[in-house]
Design a protein around this ligand. Sequence first.
Ligand code: YNC
Ligand code: MG
Length: 388
Amino acid sequence: KHKFWETQPVGQFKDAGDTSLPEGPIEPPTPLSEVKQEPYNLPSQYEWTTCDMDSEETCNEVYNLLKNNYVEDDENMFRFNYSKEFLRWALRPPGFYHSWHIGVRAKTSKKLVAFITGVPARIRVRDEVVKMAEINFLCVHKKLRTKRLAPVMIKEVTRRVHLENIWQAAYTAGVILPTPITTCQYWHRSLNPKKLIDVGFSRLGARMTMNRTIKLFKLPDSPATPGFRKMELCDVPAVTRLLRNYLSQFVVAPDFDESDVEHWLLPTEDVVDSYLVESPETHEITDFCSFYTLPSSILGNQNYSSLKAAYSYYNVSTKTPLLQLMNDTLIVAKLKNFDVFNALDVMHNESVLKELKFGPGDGQLHYYLYNYRMQSALKPSELGLVLL
Ligand code: YNC
Ligand code: MG
């Protein structure tokens, strides 16, 4: 059934529930001299290219490929529209490799027709910190689908990850592949209900009018928590300590150091927003929340072309209850003119989503590890990892 995935070192469906198989790497690393030195073969009309995201021109080509061909919802009403600034941020974390930003071009026209990326990360699984690649932005032009290009792209990124002596990877997908370590649900909190209903993102509830709906989702004009403020560069050490301590309770979570926190969490306009609570008395940093900006194109609507969505990223509550912290996050997202705030049921999110008027979405997000077997699936609440 999965002609490609059955050949790969991933948990296989036939092995589900086999408790004799140990948790951990499926295949051992091979000597680097045994890693294939040449790229995999593409169909003869195509060639590999490394995409330099520093180049305005290349970044534009990647942006346009994804804008027109990347992930859509099940009803093909919306398509992710990652901004150029977002792509640069997502693809250039500390220690990133240019060689993991992989494109495919048509040989004659030089048009970019496919893309896949990896970035390095340290991911802790139980008490083991594993060097991994986070694989993302796999995209094949709509006109080249179902020609088995995706397996070649996956094998090529795997080869280039191996060349850096890294043997594991983490990735998410909306489709079921062998074998998810957990399956999460997206939840959506309306900030601009009228627009969401007008574009078909949400529907008017039973026995609800537009005015009642607008009132239901109304939020206060400013955050309620004393000491709630935007994160700054000088907060990196304290936020790193807070986050490391918080993430240590989850089965799978990133092992962030200060340089990771500076990159992934220091606010970058229209890319990532982070806030924290600094105690007015002790000046201690006790709580943290963050979200990233990922608009979607609205396909075929007369009145609107873009949906402005915020996605919950990492949150830590030690003193301010998570409910209040997330409510303050919703308030700042509303002030920044987002239409909707999305969150997965990972970490402790599930416990506050309903009360904050999030509703469950229809899409699921499956999390995967490559060349690392998990004895059994995790609950979403055991997962401390958010991929972009
Ligand atoms: C997917 N999303 O099952 P089998 S998520 C992985 N992730 O293989 P073809 C996928 N595999 O089942 P198409 C996949 N979607 O026969 C499909 N597949 O074994 C598998 N969509 O290939 C599929 N982006 O080329 C099948 O299919 C085989 O032309 C079929 O291309 C697929 O970024 C795709 O959703 C997704 O652009 C490129 O549909 C195309 O349909 C497309 O005939 C819209 O492929 C955009 C979209 C996916 C977003 C993402 C994470 C990707 C993870 C890839 C796996 C990484 C493994 C780890 C590597 C490093 C290892 C180390 C160390
Ligand atoms: Mg294909």
